[in-house]
Design a binder for this molecule. Structure first.
Ligand SMILES: Nc1ncnc2c1ncn2[C@@H]1O[C@H](COP(=O)(O)OP(=O)(O)OP(=O)(O)O)[C@@H](O)[C@H]1O
Length: 284
């Protein structure tokens, strides 16, 4: 069952077209991850799919009555305002103590309920944000860089939490991530965005494809090589490819690298099926 989809979506800010020709849908229970360079429109696409950002053209469709949990890239409130984690969970809608405790416990942060948001570590705050998104039993979780600020073991644990919640609740997950080494392990489908959908496919097929090996393949270039594809290649089955002519960019340029991850390089071992044990990737 399709939960949310867009057809021929375009978004403009003033004269600047940030998104164009986007066709995308998310079905029940699937984990779809959007990757792409800074400024490629990832957050804008999420916001358009949520109905927060108006489309300039095209259609956005959501299942009637769809329950959505959203973790935005940036908090809309000032984190330094005095507010406990528990109280934050009651914004904007009051939730019962039992509901709040269950969500915090599920995310491994039950102990911080009465702590001030400002006193939480980055990892604790991300878990509190995720707990808030779980309130109301969402059918779709929309997560904009949910592991920002986390170290590598923290990232891996967070993705495990997302996968566990999906398994328990059946919620679909649509997320933006720069953590490419775990994206490949934790996603059903990966969408590469750069104003338009450059390519997409299942990570299993992508991982085994010669094209993937060439992109992620060998040596220290690792995951960042994803951003280097100039799209002069043919993708294997399961990896769709769009708009070749418009996608001759070189994502390896410094301004294309993720802001918090620009210096990261990953060895091939981090991608070759060992999962995300933390032994593969290293920081340059
Ligand atoms: N409200 C806005 N008004 C004008 N321009 C905007 C607005 N929101 C986003 N943009 C522009 O749209 C482009 C895409 O921004 P967006 O935040 O969607 O990219 P992103 O891929 O999520 O980037 P990042 O990886 O840095 O978070 C950027 O050039 C940004 O400056």
């Amino acid at each position: 069952m399709t939960l949310v989809s867009v057809q021929s979506l375009a978004v403009r800010f003033g004269g600047a077209e940030v998104l164009r020709d986007i066709d995308l849908s998310v079905s029940a229970s699937e984990i779809v991850t959007i990757v792409g360079p800074n400024g490629s429109g990832k957050s804008t696409l999420l916001r358009a799919m949520l109905g927060i950002q108006p489309a300039s053209s095209g259609r956005v469709m959501r299942k009637a009555g769809l329950r959505i949990g959203y973790v935005p890239q940036r908090l809309a409130i000032d984190r330094s305002l005095p507010m406990t984690a528990r109280r934050f969970l009651s914004l904007p809608r009051r939730v019962s103590d039992a509901e709040a405790a269950a969500a915090l416990d599920r995310c491994g942060v039950g102990a911080v309920a009465e702590r001030q948001l400002v006193d939480l570590s980055g990892g604790q705050l991300q878990r509190v944000l995720f707990a808030r998104a779980l309130i109301g039993r969402p059918e779709l979780l929309v997560l904009d860089e949910p592991t920002q600020g986390l170290d590598q073991p923290g990232e891996a644990a967070f993705y495990q939490l997302i996968a566990d919640v999906r398994a328990e609740t059946g919620a679909a997950v649509l997320m933006v991530s720069h953590d490419l080494h775990v994206v490949m392990a934790a996603s059903d489908r990966v969408i590469c965005l750069n104003g338009h959908v450059c390519c997409e496919g299942t990570p299993q097929v992508v991982r085994d494809a010669p094209e993937y090996r060439a992109l992620f393949g060998y040596g220290t270039q690792g995951a960042l090589a994803l951003y280097r594809h100039d799209h002069d290649h043919n993708h294997g089955p399961g990896l769709a490819h769009h708009h070749d002519a418009a996608c001759d960019h070189d994502h390896s340029a410094p301004d294309h690298a993720a802001k918090d991850h620009a210096a990261k390089e990953y060895t091939a071992a981090g991608h070759a099926g060992e999962g995300h044990s933390g032994t593969g990737p290293h920081h340059a």
